[in-house]
Design a protein around this ligand. Structure first.
Ligand code: ADP
Ligand code: ZN
Ligand code: MG
Length: 477
């Protein structure tokens, strides 16, 4: 008989900081440059040079630590993690070991419309390694050291996640947080956000953790989920057929959709960690800590929850609007200027987003949030129909005039004058006695034709619901 199993997952996320220069030298961190064009004696490990800590990276680490509610260590230390690899010219990576900059935090994830806290064990600063380049046709491999020394923050979670979906939600939450904090672009395709996924299985409800495998270097939300799904079923099948899971580092093979063994898991002592003698302790002054605490923005998922509660938005709409801070700002500015929240959310997600290539560009588009509120207000008061509003909108975009002004100048207000509409209807019915006959003889479909004619005659401006009811009244007389 087989027992029901459950998965336990902990993630180690690497966030590449968006500082202009590297962690210990002045080299540029720009992505996509010519290989080895952004290197110097420090980041290539030449003898006789000394590292100098990039202050901005420390500020970013404090910022993230505060946002995750970590206890910030005001005096932390860099350590050398020793190993050999061609992309690591110094023979060690500068990281933090027993004194990380932050500990005991939480990252909230979004699950079925609710916030679930996931504990964060620690965050620490470290430098990235270079990149080995294996050209397909060549028999040699190359090394590009542009990335060597680029600042990273590693965020280690507790094994609190229990499904691949939760793990993907955790990555999405992390991306949203680092972006709203402005410390990283969180771009997974370019490797600014990567994760190692640790996973084990155990009988459902058991206390004791199973033996884990670590899946290295996953670089998309989809792959986090896929790699974990595969690995969990692999482990469950292994356990159920009586095998013992061995602690392992595995690789996700994107092409075949499987994880495969890379090496047996190294232990911390294999790295011979020791304090870096070239670097003084990292000091976070009271001022810096206080300042970062004071300027902490509202985190995206908190904002999502608030928008749902405050404006009765659906989970979906609130999720879309808080995808980028700029979009949520635009929405809230429009609502503050009087826009109906639901109408405004719809307008932003369709009409506004179709006009920008990136949602962050909405700050600075020709139609301000206040101007949009003006347009939506005209719909609310029945002065224009949604259809007319869609004609006015591009004109606002082109000329920066207000909706009211455009409607006035170009005569685009909705016609809700009953006697004017009735006059149109009367003329129409008189000119088309045959159609009237048909309608009265039971051919209801002619109604649509009448409506169309009135709308046409009024240049689309007649109030459609009035046209409908007045037509019915005249025809049924
Ligand atoms: P290691 O010593 O292998 O580096 P750590 O204890 O530092 O392991 O944990 C690394 C990551 O693995 C953390 O995110 C942690 O939550 C997760 N983790 C630890 N043990 C397990 C386990 N048995 N199953 C799943 N994840 C685990
Ligand atoms: Zn350098
Ligand atoms: Mg560890």
């Amino acid at each position: 008989m087989s027992v029901e199993m459950e998965a336990v997952i902990g993630l180690e996320v690497h966030v590449q900081l968006n500082t202009a220069s590297k962690l210990f030298c002045g080299c540029s961190t720009r992505f996509g440059a010519e290989p080895n064009s952004q290197i110097c004696p420090v980041c290539t490990g030449q003898p006789g040079v000394l590292p100098v800590l990039n202050r901005q990276a420390v500020v970013s680490a404090v910022r993230l630590g505060v946002a995750l509610g970590c206890t910030i260590r005001q005096r932390s230390r860099f350590a050398r993690k020793n190993y050999f690899y061609p992309d690591l010219p110094k023979g060690y990576q500068v990281s933090q070991y027993d004194e990380p900059i932050g500990e005991h935090g939480t990252l909230e994830i979004w699950e079925q419309g609710q916030l679930t806290p996931i504990r964060v064990t620690r965050i620490h600063l470290e430098e990235d390694a270079g990149k080995n380049v294996h050209a397909t046709a060549a028999t040699t491999s190359m090394v590009d050291l542009n990335r060597a020394g680029v600042p990273l923050i590693e965020v280690v979670s507790e094994p609190d996640l229990s499904s691949p979906e939760q793990a993907a939600a955790y990555m999405r939450a992390m991306r949203a947080v680092v972006r709203v904090l402005g410390i990283s672009d969180g771009n997974m395709e370019q490797g600014s956000l990567r994760c190692d996924a640790n996973v084990s299985v155990r009988p459902k409800g058991a206390e004791k953790l199973g033996t884990k495998a670590e899946i290295k270097n996953i670089n998309s939300f989809k792959f986090v989920q896929k790699a974990l799904e595969y690995e969990i079923s692999r482990q469950i099948a292994a356990v159920q057929s009586g095998e013992t899971i061995v602690q392992q580092t595995r690789l996700w093979d994107t092409e075949r959709g499987v994880t495969k063994p890379m090496r047996s898991k190294e232990q911390a002592h294999d790295y011979r960690y020791f304090p870096d003698p070239d670097l003084p302790p990292v000091v976070v002054e009271d001022d810096l800590l206080a300042q970062q605490t004071n300027v902490l923005p509202e985190l995206p998922l908190r904002r999502r929850q608030r928008l749902m509660q405050q404006h009765q938005l659906s989970d979906h709409d609130a999720g879309e609007l808080t995808r980028e801070k700029e979009l949520a700002d635009y929405f809230e500015q429009a609502v503050a200027a009087g826009a109906n929240p639901k109408r405004c959310a719809n307008w932003i997600m369709t009409e506004l987003l179709s006009r920008v290539s990136d949602a962050r560009e909405v700050i600075g588009v020709p139609v301000t949030a206040e101007a949009l509120a003006g347009l939506l207000g005209l719909i609310d008061s029945g002065k224009v129909s949604s259809k007319l509003a869609k004609q006015i909108w591009p004109k606002m975009w082109d000329s920066r005039r207000s909706a009211e002004q455009i409607a006035t100048e170009e005569d685009l207000f909705q016609q809700s004058d009953a006697s004017a509409i009735e006059a149109q209807i009367r003329a129409l019915l008189e000119a088309n006695p045959d159609k009237v006959e048909q309608y009265r003889g039971g051919k209801q479909k002619v109604m649509g034709w009448f409506v169309g004619q009135v709308m046409k005659a009024t240049g689309g401006k007649a109030n459609p619901s009035m046209v409908n009811s007045l037509l019915k009244k005249s025809l049924d007389e």
